[in-house]
Design a binder for this molecule. Sequence first.
Ligand code: GDP
Length: 307
Amino acid sequence: MITFLSGGTGTPKLLLGVRTLIPDEEIAVVVNTAEDLWISGNHLSPDVDTVIYLFSGILNTETWWGMRDDTFVTHSEAERLGTDEFIAIGDRDRAVHIARADFLRGGMTLTEATSCLCRAFGVRARVLPMCDSGVTTIVKTPDGWKHFQEYWVRLRGRVEIDGVARRADSPPVLTKEAHDAIRESDAVVIGPSNPVTSILPILECEGARESLRGLPVIAVSPFIGDRPVSGPASALMKAAGYEPGSYGTFLLYKDLIDLFVQDIRDPSVVTGAIRLDTLMTDVEKSVSLAREILTRIPGLETSFKAE
Ligand code: GDP
């Protein structure tokens, strides 16, 4: 089994390729939950939803959120009625948020609720929220600290930010399920997700860094130069006091990883890193990057080399 640490875009793009090469049953994904939000009375877990939809083949891979061909009737009507629903939620997507909220209110953990949703969608990979307690990434804007989604979706990332923090009622702890999946794995892949908003929240969970010890760990950079392939990763790195780019990313992971992957176009140099074409502009590109990465996992080398 291989475990991936994932946010909601870069790593899912890689998973799209991975699942054409190994069975879903042999894939576990520990997913960031620090972007979760209660909205319009329901529970949105954006990265978890993206990963569930990916493995059930219904993800909208134009946007990397929501379901393909979803409709937005309820969202439009809710807006017309004057609600503050600042995230566009599709009708079928909303049903998932309603179900999750219902499960959570009924006393399930987020891990259990996710497992129920996975069953309903026929997902065979293990989709594992990083923790079962609430934790939120907040950013410091000129108007004060805001939920990351407020900054990125409502304000479209158009304001300066100069601080990043995590807000939590209790220190987040890596779930037992995530811990066990990692320990059962032949290797762990830190996908090309936003280091500050997707990967560090996972690594900050109590027990997360320790769980990786002794396992082969490969990380893929989401940057080319000081720009991410998409999204606000540069602004977040700067606001958190890190250098945007592959080297800054490498420094965040260096104690954990055996191999660091940079894009062939990346002008910055990370000594010891390997160069691959990491730009996953279509499924074929995702598959070939996935194959290159799997080839470098000890024990799997020969299975993927020939193709
Ligand atoms: P989020 O939860 O939606 O923010 O998604 P992630 O954190 O999983 O992914 C966002 C990161 O994915 C961004 O920093 C992008 O630079 C990176 N990314 C997106 N597409 C690609 C790609 O094709 N290749 C690489 N290397 N990185 C990518």
